[in-house]
Design a protein around this ligand. Sequence first.
Ligand code: PAF
Length: 293
Amino acid sequence: MVVINSIKEMRQIAAAYKSTGGKIAVVPTMGFLHQGHLSLINKAKEEADFVITSLFVNPRQFAPNEDYDKYPRNMGSDSELAAAAGSDCLFNPNALEMYAIGNTTKVAVEGITAKFEGAKRPGHFDGVATVVAKLFNATLPDIAVFGQKDYQQILVVKRLIEDLNYDIELIVAPTLRQADGLAMSSRNKYLSDTDRQSSSLLFLALEDARKAIAAGMMQRKVINAVMHKRLRQAASIKIDYACAALANSLHEPDIFLPGDDIVLLIAAYLGKTRLIDNALTTIPKGKSPLAAL
Ligand code: PAF
């Protein structure tokens, strides 16, 4: 696996590869790779001939009070894991390479970013959209593979690809979970033993809501309350949000309708660690919304 640090060199290699007719896939990551990332690389390898894993902890998507400095890093093991998973290239620029002194441009995706993570972490999605656009420009991919775990980020990247006319196919890979349901995340390493035990409540809350919906629940606030109830089982969990919304738009009608695709979104603090998770489901057809009133 070749390791590239410069944008210019990355683009030259990608352009040369493209000229042979090969398909390029990029897997954007912030490193500290775990099984979840490796499944994205595996997926990319299935779909493309040349897989570029980018490894860049993007300062622009962290607010000053967040964990940019503390964010776990391990370049040595990342490089070994990415190569073993089938990555052909590791793109590992430093912050000055990505954001040269004097740069003032940012990419801002509006609308879909107004709520949930966008509201709780102002500026976060501008940072994500800016770096993703720069990564696309450097790696010239035909395919980009992202994980479903960052659900709202997927919607942002989808919008970005469409609005900036990138000719890139977005592939969304499922969230990988530990045996008790906890979604794999680099931040799980911060959890104390007690918080690690409580952390499975996020998954259980999603499951409760999913079952309630399957049983005919359509009122948004009642679905949200089901998730809150489960999360409140651990006094140490501080709920940031636990909400059901329409999966494509993130709109929150009072009552969902049969056939609506729904996303259940949770963000919660366990101690100082903020975790997010989500699940997709559909309001069953054949049930009347009036029955939910
Ligand atoms: O999901 C992430 O790890 C990051 O937000 C991304 C897409 C690599 C951009 O920095």
